[in-house]
Design a protein around this ligand. Structure first.
Ligand code: FES
Ligand SMILES: [Fe+2]
Length: 426
């Protein structure tokens, strides 16, 4: 993101904080219930928005090295994505050309060859058919005509895009609607895949996306988590073709007041969230990204699955939105914040990364829970979790990785589970 845009957005947030205003749509929209429940509409969405529309398969870090592969059925067709020995990204229908069996059943891994479990036809990770047991029994068969069916696929700005239709068109710059230069500046091709979660929920996929679209609910639904670090109901909003961008306001923005604007970085006082049509959210953390994708159940408009993917920058790397000026003590803003973070205690997103030694700002050795910032010494993000486990405040029990991720995301889908789940079904 360009420096002048970062400053513009941060100043706009400050102004809205001071004025007690927020971005205003100027109108109240009504959405009929049938949008979330109609089976016919759900079928059309599946055909037009998923099977018939370019999809974000993941980030470059999901195929980290030559030979890496991943598979998915989320788009309505089985997809196999690979990185060949030259490092090039490919995508294919994950279907054997002999009798149509699913070729690769693992979700991720590393292979040079893919062997069909049925009769062992073998394909390279470039999609070529390279082996047929007892080929002489098939008469004249040209292997070159029976490779895996390729899908339009392109790796750009750290994204892996694929079109689930072999005849589909993939125009990434058009899809991004003007966001390409901004995305390029984030250097997301450097992000590492550090884990993922899935939530199969009884709610329409659009409702799952809708609940992320505002910060109005922070001070009520997320009062123990997000509201600790964010000002609710203050944000910036811009559209880019079919996509949009929200800039959420963090309480740390107050620390920027009175400091030189040229030293500001967007992540110091705000939290950018990009929405890519139709179903992708990119939550930009100071450490990397949390990508959320919601997919409809192919037969039930009242069900969806949300995929959460966590990415982090390798230690020592930074996005270019971060200013690198030194302060009078010769410390970078990162170092200054590191001191401040340690002084103030932990923050929700930090726990996961510190435990993996991935984040340069944080001490590699986890501080004992008793040193953190709850009234009894436990971290704020763990207090609710401790209560749920029936443990007394101050307990040193460490929540499970899954529980910490939930806290880190501030119960991303908790809105739906607790309050926003529709009281109706199709
Ligand atoms: S179906 Fe794959 S080898 Fe026969
Ligand atoms: Fe929320």
């Amino acid at each position: 993101m360009k420096k002048d845009e970062q400053i513009r957005l941060l100043k706009l947030l400050m102004q809205r904080l001071d004025d007690g205003t927020n971005v205003d749509a100027g109108v109240m929209l009504k959405n009929p219930v049938s949008v979330y429940t109609c089976p016919e509409m759900a079928g059309q969405e599946q055909d037009r928005f998923f099977r018939g529309y370019p999809q974000l398969l993941g980030l470059s870090g999901d195929l980290p090295e030559p030979g890496s592969f991943l598979t998915t059925n989320d788009f309505g067709v089985p997809v196999l994505a690979t990185r060949d020995v030259q490092g090039r990204f490919h995508a294919f229908l994950n279907v054997c050309r002999h009798r149509g069996v699913t070729l690769e059943t693992e979700s991720t891994g590393k292979r040079r060859r893919f062997v069909c479990p049925f009769h062992a036809w073998t394909y390279s990770n470039e999609g070529a058919l390279v082996g047929i047991p007892k080929q002489e029994h098939f008469g004249k068969l040209d292997k070159a005509c029976h490779g895996l069916i390729p899908l339009p696929a392109e790796e750009r700005y750290g994204f892996l895009f694929v079109h689930p239709d072999p005849q589909g068109e993939l125009d990434i710059d058009y899809l991004l609607g003007g966001l390409a230069p901004e995305f390029e500046s984030w250097n997301w091709q450097e992000l590492l895949d550090i884990g993922r979660d899935s939530y199969d929920m009884p709610l329409n996929w659009k409702l799952s996306m809708d609940t992320f679209g505002e910060t109005y609910h922070f001070t009520s639904l997320h009062k123990d988590t997000l509201a600790q670090n964010f000002y609710g109901n203050v944000q910036c909003y811009d559209t880019f073709g079919r996509n949009h961008r929200m800039i959420l306001c963090m309480k740390s923005i107050d620390e920027l007041r009175g400091t030189p604007e040229e030293s500001w970085g967007i992540s110091q006082g705000s939290f950018p969230v990009y929405y890519l049509f139709p179903n992708v959210q990119l939550n930009i953390t100071p450490f990397g990204m949390v990508m959320v994708r919601a997919y409809p159940d192919p037969t039930d408009p009242g069900r969806s699955i949300s995929r959460i993917s966590f990415y982090a920058r390798a230690a020592g790397r930074s996005s270019d939105d971060e200013p690198h000026s030194l302060d009078q003590g010769g410390r970078t803003p990162r170092a200054r914040r590191s001191r401040r973070d340690r002084a103030e205690g932990d923050r929700p997103f930090g726990t996961r990364f510190r435990s993996r030694g991935l984040h340069p700002r944080r001490p590699r050795r986890a501080a004992p829970l008793g040193n953190r910032n709850g009234p009894s010494g436990e971290p704020r993000c763990c207090r609710r979790r401790l209560r749920e486990h029936g443990l007394p405040p101050g307990s040193r029990r460490r929540p499970s990785t899954r529980a910490r991720r939930l806290d880190d995301l501030c119960t991303l889908l908790g809105d739906a589970r607790r309050g926003a789940r529709p009281a109706f079904r199709a």
